[in-house]
Design a protein around this ligand. Structure first.
Ligand SMILES: [Zn+2]
Length: 418
């Protein structure tokens, strides 16, 4: 495993120590990246050892198969990562990275798995998160596994599964009449009130928000390692990534940089496509307008709940990566997203999350426009299991559970007497 050398600010490159829990850069409030001694890692971290180590383990190592490039601490794991790479039935170049196979059914398991691992390492006892839904579910699960108290704040109209998992895992759940931005404000107010009341340090909540602590990016970077390893240590031509907070996109770019430094991969990095819903598209709007950062997206509304992030904290980093890579940030309507869910379910056997379907809608649109060929190698992320969104997707389809059937009718071969 890798010893953390320091935490580096993504904006001003100031370094801080990882000996104690850190949130943002103390100088400029930029997000912090975990940095290792890469000269040393070049000697110790070998890509050939990864599969051997994973095969020799009696249990699934999941994303911890990359322990040689992750912090040297005892993992809190539920088997996250090493998700299937599905080859499309229709397009020879398309691979769907099925993140719905993670514990709690979404990619959030990676970032929160690592962030809770580090929280446990630091001895933190209370973690708080504002969430569009799935991060809350993942935090609740990993906090339960680590015997840490989770305080989760999410919009009251999140998928019902997110509410249920919060309760089931024993988290302190607050449903908010608002968006993730309102939830974030409430987390901040709670922490300030605790500090003002001189609450003992180990009882004050630690804010484990997207990009406001360094380890969620570090967990999500494993998606970058995985997709390259699963393609035989080669880059694809493009990566399609549904973007709410954008942590995975930022994490994958970091992974590519590290892998190049370690000599694990070479060649042209993939074009990165950040996909959003038209009802909440701050990054796509800023991309189209040529702006370096996004503006708060007013009246955010889409059934792709995970994309309802009106102003991602890492917007400038996301836009920079998308532009550097030659990709794009695009948005699609809820109608296009729903149509894509149904199309991929019927023709590929994959039940996409609405967020994942924003990516497939983009893929299909770029194919139709001739900007992409069916043979171009594309890794497209389905960030969550469609089954986590049964209520939202059914509502979008105007589908209701059938009412009680007449009792004299045969039901499933059994005749109910009446
Ligand atoms: Zn800074």
């Amino acid at each position: 495993m890798a010893v953390i050398a320091s935490l580096e600010c993504s904006r001003c490159h100031h370094h801080v120590s990882a000996e104690t829990p850190q949130t943002l850069c103390p100088l400029c409030a930029g997000s912090l990246y975990v940095r290792y001694d890469m000269d040393k890692l070049r000697q110790t971290a070998k890509r050939e050892d990864i599969a051997t180590r994973a095969a020799a383990s009696p249990v699934s190592l999941g994303m911890w198969r990359y322990s040689s490039v992750l912090p040297d601490v005892t993992p809190v794991t539920l088997g996250e990562g090493w998700t299937p790479m599905l080859h499309s039935k229709r397009y020879p170049g398309l691979y769907i990275k099925e993140e719905g196979a993670n514990p709690t059914g979404t990619f959030k398991a990676r970032g929160l798995g690592l962030a809770v691992t580090m929280a446990k390492h630091y001895g933190l006892q209370h973690l708080a998160v504002p969430s569009a839904g799935n991060a809350a579910g993942a935090l609740a699960a990993y906090a339960a596994a680590a015997d840490i108290k989770a305080h989760i704040f999410m919009p009251q109209d999140v998928p019902f599964a997110n509410y249920l998992e919060g309760i089931v895992y024993g988290a302190d759940v607050t449903m908010v009449d608002g968006l993730i931005s309102d939830c974030a404000r409430m987390v901040g107010e709670n922490i300030k009130a605790q500090r003002d009341a001189n609450t003992p340090a180990n009882q004050v909540w630690f804010d484990i928000s997207t990009l406001k602590e360094p380890f969620r990016v570090e967990g999500k970077k494993t998606m970058g390692y995985e997709l390259v390893e699963q393609l035989g240590w080669q880059y694809p031509d493009a990566v399609f990534y549904p973007t709410g907070g954008g942590v995975g996109l930022i994490g994958m770019w970091k992974a590519f940089e590290e892998m190049e430094q370690l000599g694990w991969v070479s060649g042209k990095r993939p074009k990165m496509y950040a996909l959003q819903a038209s009802g909440c598209a701050p990054v796509a709007k800023a991309f189209e307008e040529g702006k370096p950062a996004s503006e708060f997206f007013q009246n955010a509304a889409t059934f792709a709940a995970g994309l309802r992030v009106p102003k991602p904290y890492g917007d400038a980093i996301i836009l920079d990566i998308v532009r550097q890579s030659g990709g794009a940030a695009l948005a699609f309507t809820d109608e296009q997203i729903l149509a894509s869910i149904l199309d991929y379910a019927k023709h590929e056997g994959v039940f996409l999350s609405p967020e994942g379907a924003a990516a497939t809608a983009a893929y299909d649109a770029l194919l139709a426009a001739g900007d992409l060929k069916p043979t171009d190698k594309v890794v497209l992320f389905n960030t969550g299991a469609g089954l986590k969104y049964t209520d939202m997707t059914a509502e979008a389809m105007h589908l209701k559970r059938p009412g009680t059937l007449p009792t004299s009718m045969p039901v499933g071969g059994i005749i109910t007497p009446q």
